[in-house]
Design a protein. Structure first.
Length: 135
């Protein structure tokens, strides 16, 4: 009996097909562009499968610590893994408002700056590895 491929393997197969076959042999630039965009979307989906939830939890934990350091009543634990996304977005909005209002000033090396940097690095790592490489 044939082995059923995992979801990540299916996504990667289609991404490779779009990149290597469809985009490479497309007759016009528009079709090539669309194939490359679709391949990129599949890469993002694949990254989310590999480390998306862990990345969001790490971001939420950092944000909760930042917010709690300014307001001990703030923060809170999401009730479940599915609740992490709205909790993360709410914490991001809270931090953004604090920055906009001037209540929080961001300078290189301070905790907010480090959080933003780590979140950016996490979101760009193609392998889903959450370790930040210091140079």
């Amino acid at each position: 009996m044939a082995e059923i491929p995992e979801l990540g393997e299916l996504i990667e197969s289609v991404r490779e097909y779009l990149s290597a076959e469809v985009a490479a042999t497309a007759a016009d630039a528009r079709a090539r562009f669309r194939a490359l965009v679709a391949a990129h979307v599949l890469e993002v989906a694949s990254r989310e499968l590999r480390g998306g939830e862990a990345m969001r939890v790490a971001q939420f934990e950092r944000l909760r610590a930042l917010i709690a350091s300014n307001d001990p009543r703030a923060g809170g634990e999401p009730a479940s893994a599915s609740a992490i996304e709205p909790a993360l977005r709410a914490a991001e909005r809270e931090l953004a408002e604090a920055i906009r209002s001037g209540a929080t000033v961001v300078r290189p090396g301070d905790p907010v700056w480090c959080h933003v940097r780590e979140s950016l690095v996490e979101s760009l790592r193609p392998d889903g590895d959450l370790r930040v490489t210091r140079r």
